[in-house]
Design a protein around this ligand. Structure first.
Ligand code: ZN
Length: 71
């Protein structure tokens, strides 16, 4: 598989190497662990053009997943 593929990127969770569709933030396994309110915040930021609000929401979502996995 070529690196730097145009068709996907890695899951936003640092420990996860799963390659996913570029429209998605995380692989399904991790996305399922994101609290509903943070999912809403991520989608809102994504639709708003992936600005600072999106970055904050993504960081919070990744933190939530890491907390669940390392608690
Ligand atoms: Zn993942």
């Amino acid at each position: 598989m070529p690196s730097g593929s145009l068709y996907g990127h890695k899951c936003a969770v640092p420990d996860c190497n799963k390659v996913i569709d570029s429209k998605l933030l995380m692989c399904l396994r991790h996305w399922r662990q994101v609290p509903a309110d943070l999912k809403v915040a991520v989608w809102r930021g994504y639709r708003a053009g992936m600005g600072p609000e999106y970055d904050v929401a993504v960081a919070a979502a990744v933190d939530a997943v890491l907390e669940r996995n390392h608690a």
